[in-house]
Write a protein that binds this ligand. Sequence first.
Ligand code: GLU
Length: 547
Amino acid sequence: MDKELVERLLPGLKHDVNYYENLYSKRTLDENAIVTRYAPSPTGFVHLGNLFQLYIARKMALQTKGILYLRIEDTDQERLVENGIVKIIEAVKQFGFTFDEGPINEKEEVGKYGPYIQSKRKEIYQTYAKDLLLKGLAYPDFTTKEEVDAIRKEQELSKRRIGYYGKWARSRFLSEEQIKANLDAKKPFIIRLKNQGDFNRKITVVDAIKGKLTFPEDDIDQVLIKNDGLPTYHFAHVIDDHLMHTTHVIRGDEWLSSLPIHLNLFKTLNFEPPIYAHISPLSKKEGNSIRKLSKRKDPELAVSYYHEMGIPNQTVMLYLATIANSNFEEWYLAHENENIDNFILSFNKVGTTPALFDMEKLLNLSKNILSNITALELYEQTLTWAKKYDAANALILEKNKDIAIKTLDIERNTPKKRKDFAMYSEVMPNIYYMFDELFIPQNYEWQKITSLKEIKNILDTYITKYYNENDNEEEWFNKIKNMTEALGYASNMKEYKNNPLKYKGNVADVSTVIRVALTTKSKTPNLYDIMQILGKEKIEKRFKSVK
Ligand code: GLU
């Protein structure tokens, strides 16, 4: 197309494509280094699927001494959210994800391949579109929406493939005179690719995850530059991944159907395409069918859900690692005390079918993680969480630090550790009775022994004749057994089973009375430890409260 006419279509561009090719010179990295990116729209929303993708991308970059950069894809101006960029950066940072290059807030960025926000790259895209116009590989399209609708109707009626291609792409055939006339008439236009592809030809591509794929070649005259001067996602993707020297595009497989478009654009622009790695979506089993996790139906898709529930970030990361590679679990069992970053991830072990999301499994991993940290760590993490999501309990935890830590330490350093908590929000509902502020002497969960008179009798006898604060666990238990016998209960379970009628009950029934009187609960961690933490004064007080 005539240079002057191209100038009229895309005026005021300061540089040509060579300028940008030289500006963004090749990266100096190891030969196998993976350069990849996380390329969200700035909606501020990050979901588990995004984290999954990010986990794979970061790992691949780290493993190969490559680069992971953040690119904000905001060419669809309708999807902008205030502070969307910062929200995304903050959300992923909580899971330990940082970027080597890219925006660090709405205004600043780091890296030599920027701008990393697409709306700031308008000139670059237009320069490449201009180059295609000059080469006769693109053209302005003045077709109105009504005309496009009419073309579609005609295609439907004549049972043709739908789309703006070949002879249907009318603006392809406009003469320069007609273009000039349209411009004089100030008709709005977009810029389209003059596609050289042939739908009857097949292209084959090897996806790093999905393997060999075959598609018909794209022949649609794709929109390159929209009426607002911004590029379409397709065009921006190809220009950016070329200029930023992306070696691997790791993205959700909802983009698979766009792959022929992208490959065709790379070819037309004479760019070497990156390697694509398409990830299957996180899915859920529902009855007999499998469906993609959905924002609307599955609250656990939002990463904010994990923060609100107090599920540690470490759990989420471990879970993502588990579903990312089929051989991870085996590795983890053998390297439980190692940093999971030491695991070597491979594309060919990423599932090609949707990864099934299993909340129960995730919570079990969490229980494991929380049982392996110290009581002090658990206390601190729970307090940090509570300060944000449960202010009333945060105050109690702060005021009763010693009791809280001791309680969380019960049966923690034993071979068979307790695994009570999968999330910080479960801590207080499980131990609240240890704090006087929250202990309410009602709704006692009495079991076998329910007569108040007998209960009082057991408690009185115990505190006056058998309880000694300084006893060790063995002495303490022997005394309970002694009292059990004295009150007509069996202290030996075997003996009790053989002659149940000889006794009023057994030692377990008696100690349950003490347990319930002190906590209102019939199931608690080790009673001896609970009593050591409460101390004599509180024990007496709680016994007296039983009515
Ligand atoms: N902006 C696209 C998205 O929101 C990125 C797709 C890609 O990674 O190429 O998912």
